[in-house]
Design a protein around this ligand. Sequence first.
Ligand SMILES: *[C@@H]1O[C@H](CO)[C@@H](O)[C@H](O)[C@H]1NC(C)=O
Ligand SMILES: *[C@@H]1O[C@H](CO)[C@@H](O)[C@H](O)[C@H]1NC(C)=O
Ligand SMILES: *[C@@H]1O[C@H](CO)[C@@H](O)[C@H](O)[C@H]1NC(C)=O
Ligand SMILES: *[C@@H]1O[C@H](CO)[C@@H](O)[C@H](O)[C@H]1NC(C)=O
Ligand SMILES: *[C@@H]1O[C@H](CO)[C@@H](O)[C@H](O)[C@H]1NC(C)=O
Length: 405
Amino acid sequence: MASVKSVALLSLSLLSQASAVKLLALNFAGQFYSLDLAFQSSTKASLKVVQNITACGVTPTWLHLDEETRTVYCIDESWLNEGLGSGNLSQWSVGPDFSKKDALTLTGSTDTEGNSVHGFTYGGPDGRSFIITSEYSPSTITTYKLPITSSTKALQKIEFTMAAPGPRPDRQDRPHPHSAFTDPTGDFLIVPDLGADLTRIFKINQKTGELTACPAIASLPGDGPRHGLFRKAGRALKYYSLNEVSSSVGVYDVTYPDHSYGSNESCLSLKLTQTLSNYGPNVPLGNVTVKSAEIRTVGNFLYASNRNDTTFGFEQDSIAIFKIGTDGKLQFQELTNAHGYYPRSFSFNEAGTYAAIAGQTTANIAIVKRDAKTGKLGPLVTNLVLPPRGTYGGEDGVSNVIWVE
Ligand SMILES: *[C@@H]1O[C@H](CO)[C@@H](O)[C@H](O)[C@H]1NC(C)=O
Ligand SMILES: *[C@@H]1O[C@H](CO)[C@@H](O)[C@H](O)[C@H]1NC(C)=O
Ligand SMILES: *[C@@H]1O[C@H](CO)[C@@H](O)[C@H](O)[C@H]1NC(C)=O
Ligand SMILES: *[C@@H]1O[C@H](CO)[C@@H](O)[C@H](O)[C@H]1NC(C)=O
Ligand SMILES: *[C@@H]1O[C@H](CO)[C@@H](O)[C@H](O)[C@H]1NC(C)=O
């Protein structure tokens, strides 16, 4: 029989494991980091590198975590056409004890045609039987069956075209699908296309993972949609689009098929109802020197990161905070300090009490507190630089940060 003392020790160690907070981050230079976040108080913490692995291809850009199976997929942006070597898609298992240097284990990888900027799992009986990636310059989305093995080949590849460049020809020279993710039912995939000013929609065949195009939804000309998310507002469902080129958020009503109409009766549809600048109500959309990047919601607040606005001083960009009304409409609140330059990625912990913000060019992870009542961010709790630093306007520096809890 276990002694009282050993039971007490065991529960103590379980407690410290359970309360340990971990993060994963990527540097475009090919570094995959696991990080250990330890709190001394609610406003003071230390962030340390546990693992620093040279992995995920030449230009790793995005991490997708399947929380239930603790599998993380690493997406690589490199591309033969840019002389960087073919792309890489890798699959990692996340061990239970993250303080160990072997917590991250490679469980599969394959080379790809490259230039993927995002990945997301979907479909099948478990909702995680396939993965879709979005290729920025080749203008494609590509699907793969999971798990990834060295013999994995693309299942389906869909290439987009458009007749003429968009209103911002420097950014909108051709279609640029920037992400692909499921709606709340898991029956559809949403694909924001920055180049074509479209939110593309696909119906999923759950058995085969095959995608069928639904009618695409136009954004405002020059919006350049990049990422998006769904959120419930009362009994209604809203879709929020992060528009990179116009630095704004678009709010859309969501309609599901009611099976009573003729054509495309089986498709989800979106209707734009509101567009707000990430810089406040009186700021015109589409400032050419800035570009927004990421969108997140926690509670009744929506957050959108802004790159290259240096609102808070030298290499200090901003995050816009919006309040979400009970009807799902947005109201601009304020800009808050991102504590880094080019905040390409940021995410919240599960409790919504802290944000991790990845300054791309400054190659830093800033941890800031979040006030649940006001939605405000700050103060800065800790900051860690993950070398190497990026160059101005370059596809380098820290590309992604996520929490693993
Ligand atoms: C892809 O990345 C994995 C994980 O870093 C690596 O083991 C593998 O060799 C890479 N594959 C190619 C073709 O570069
Ligand atoms: C929906 O309509 C488009 C044309 O707008 C067509 O190409 C597509 O096959 C239809 N999709 C479905 C699921 O019926
Ligand atoms: C564009 O944004 C930059 C950075 O915030 C600012 O300095 C400039 O005044 C803005 N230009 C316009 C036309 O709004
Ligand atoms: C991680 O490894 C890379 C490559 O060796 C190196 O450049 C970088 O400084 C390391 N990061 C840290 C935090 O030590
Ligand atoms: C950042 O903004 C400045 C003006 O504030 C502009 O000169 C520069 O081209 C912009 N850089 C990038 C990479 O967008």
